[in-house]
Design a protein around this ligand. Structure first.
Ligand code: ADP
Ligand code: MG
Length: 494
């Protein structure tokens, strides 16, 4: 069954509306200490060529040995994408020569990948979702890196990345606009990070995408696509799609045809340009790698990995909505990054009354904490207010010791100076006043000074709010608003 199409953007041309069709091939570096077929380290940022084994350098007679951890990681990822796990898969040689790949071929998986069809649910604006199909996930080797800027006459090669395990995750052409494409990469990255199978660091190149774009009249058959290579920024992916789709529409509306080609996005100019056409495409002469047996494992190997999977963002979101009564939107904000979800759950654990204050805690994390962190460009992992302090503040509100307004002042103090919220409330006299005898005189004065308003209040109940505001102000925000309300009602005779 096909899910109903999610809302998406159409582009206007001179001949009417056009629909974008997008499919992504995401390369995700597998989190593993060693490379896919050698014991060399995968650590980032080592001295050039310091993490290179004889296998990675393709010395004659060297044989690849599969790293079981990379296989486990690929299977775990497949499970996290609700995908078919293939108990038998095959490593092939993809033949091409490039100086950053001393083997003269890349070991990849072609016809028989380790993971088959799956799906990813992506979050769109306004709480909507779209389901994007996964075509396959296969394991392959990364290449080394050429350095052209070290010498005026020579190029250097750094093989540290050579042989590092990548998962290529291929989507179906189910994505319909730039927003969905960005949401897809965001969600995929989040799932990988929850699973711990890829660190998702796009700046370091741990996650990059080839973006296939075509356009068509809504409902028409698929058009010819162009592939934009090697994108490592979610923002640029969105920009490249918009540019590329408009470029294709212009050609088609001028009566031209799209050449299937590989293009590059230039973020400075905001445009894509041709890299090579399909005619120049390589013939990779794929064949099974004779040095590697087919990869086979048992269903129980898969079942054990499945049993150990962590809770993933979709499950967490469902649980937050069902158990704590959060809105779907708040729940998706909290689960989007693993670190944020961990922070919120730590606050929950520490709360004195989780059922009463779980929702309040979500508001505080999303509005006060994230708001403050964003303002200072800081990450949740280096928040000056930790989970114990925030739960302390929320306990104080929940039990009626401080008002929500005082809590914001307290939050600011904890942010600036640190300290235990309860002790701060004691030492700085921030406690909420529930016994109003202390400010009864103030209340009387305010009523006496405003006889008109006091006379109106019976017919205009909303002006009670004005009185509450005045009393709260006079108490420095420390009076308990509910007690103030009751006191005023009795004094004003309503
Ligand atoms: P290749 O390996 O030659 O790049 P694939 O068939 O594996 O070709 O497709 C690569 C990607 O292109 C997939 O993500 C797929 O969804 C996407 N794709 C295929 N056809 C189209 C199309 N007409 N428009 C946009 N994307 C497409
Ligand atoms: Mg491709």
């Amino acid at each position: 069954m096909n899910a109903p199409a999610a809302p998406h953007k159409l582009l206007k041309g001179s001949t009417g509306d056009w629909e974008m069709v997008i499919g992504l091939e995401v390369h995700a570096q597998v989190t593993s200490n060693a490379k896919l077929f050698s014991g060399a380290s995968t650590a980032f940022g080592g001295e050039p060529n310091s993490h290179v084994s004889l296998v990675d350098a393709a010395m004659p007679g060297m044989l690849p040995v599969i790293n079981e951890e990379c296989v486990r990681q690929a299977v775990r990822t497949g499970l996290g994408l609700n995908a078919q796990i293939n108990l038998r898969s095959v490593f092939d040689r993809k033949n091409y020569f490039y100086p950053d790949s001393p083997q003269g071929y890349q070991i990849s998986q072609y016809k028989s990948p380790i993971v088959g069809e799956g799906e990813v649910v992506v979050e769109l604006d306004g709480g909507k979702t779209a389901t994007i199909g996964i075509e396959r996930l296969h394991l392959e080797q990364d290449a080394g890196k050429l350095l052209h800027d070290q010498s005026p006459t020579m190029s250097y090669v750094d093989l540290n990345r050579c042989g590092v395990a990548l998962m290529e995750i291929v989507s179906k052409p189910d994505i319909r606009d730039a927003e969905q494409a960005k949401a897809y990469v965001t969600k995929l990255r989040s799932i990988l990070r929850y699973l711990g199978t890829c660190d998702g660091d796009m700046e370091k190149g741990s996650l990059r995408a080839d973006v296939n774009v075509s356009v068509r009249k809504p409902g028409a058959p698929l058009g010819t696509r162009c592939e934009i290579k090697n994108m490592n920024s979610i923002t640029f992916i969105g920009q490249a799609i918009e540019y590329e789709a408009r470029r294709q529409i212009e050609i088609l509306e001028d009566g031209g045809a799209i050449d299937q080609e590989t293009r590059l996005y230039d973020p400075n100019k905001g445009e894509t340009r041709s890299m090579r056409s399909k005619e120049e495409a390589h013939d990779y002469r794929y064949f099974p790698d004779p040095d590697l047996l087919p990869l086979e494992f048992s269903q129980s190997f898969v079942d054990e990995l499945k049993a150990e999977l962590p809770e993933l963002p979709d499950q967490k979101k469902t649980r937050f909505v069902a158990d704590l009564g959060l809105s779907a939107y708040d729940a998706s904000v909290l689960v989007a990054e693993r670190e944020s979800a961990v922070f919120y759950e730590t606050v929950l654990e520490k709360l004195a009354n989780r059922a009463r204050d779980g929702k309040v805690a979500a508001n505080w994390v999303i509005n006060e904490l994230f708001g403050r962190l964003n303002k200072e460009g800081r990450d949740i992992t280096d928040s000056p207010v930790d989970a114990a302090q925030l739960s302390g503040i929320i306990d104080l509100i929940g039990e009626g010791t401080i008002s929500g307004k005082i809590a914001k002042d307290l939050f600011e103090i904890v942010w600036q100076e640190g300290g235990d919220p309860r002790a701060l409330v004691e030492s700085r006299g921030m406690k909420q006043v529930t016994d109003l005898s202390a400010i009864e005189k103030v209340v009387d004065d305010i009523i006496a000074a405003n006889p008109d308003k006091a006379a109106q209040v019976k017919d205009k109940p909303q002006s009670l709010g004005w009185f509450v505001g005045q009393v709260m102000k006079a108490s420095g925000g420390k009076a308990n608003p509910q007690s103030v309300n009751e006191l005023l009602k009795s004094k004003l005779g309503i």
